[in-house]
Design a binder for this molecule. Sequence first.
Ligand code: IDP
Length: 141
Amino acid sequence: MLVSQPQQTLVLVKPDGVARNLVGEILARIEAKGYRIVALELRTADAELLEQHYAEHVGKPFYAPLAEFMASGPLVAAVIEGHRVIEGIRTLIGATDPTLALPGSVRGDLASATDAPVHRNLVHASDSPEAAAREIALWFA
Ligand code: IDP
């Protein structure tokens, strides 16, 4: 029988999630699904950390407002562990654009539609095993 290894992924509750008191709600959804929190920290990101985290987006038109928003207040960084957790958390958080994220997902249910540039979408989660390894090393050095 094939026994699958638990995976780890990096989740950020972005500054809009912290400012709107949604940290508990978002982490509760992750825990209720059966994933485990194995590291957790409240911190404010600086420009250098964000350039490394979002290296693939530096130079895009939305990067400056995204980086400004991500540094605008505290965020919560977490390492989450579980079976196929990278795919699972991406499903749980929903599509990048909160308007298109399906009801039932974190972004679909909770990302504000009254103040809604795409970058204010409450959460980040790694999108591949390579990204997860890189991002966990970056945020939890
Ligand atoms: P993801 O967070 O769903 O993985 P990415 O495409 O990796 O989405 O984009 C990273 C973040 O950059 C998004 O979560 C969002 O905050 C922001 N972003 C992406 N595309 C846009 C855009 O077109 N306008 C504004 N912000 C964007």
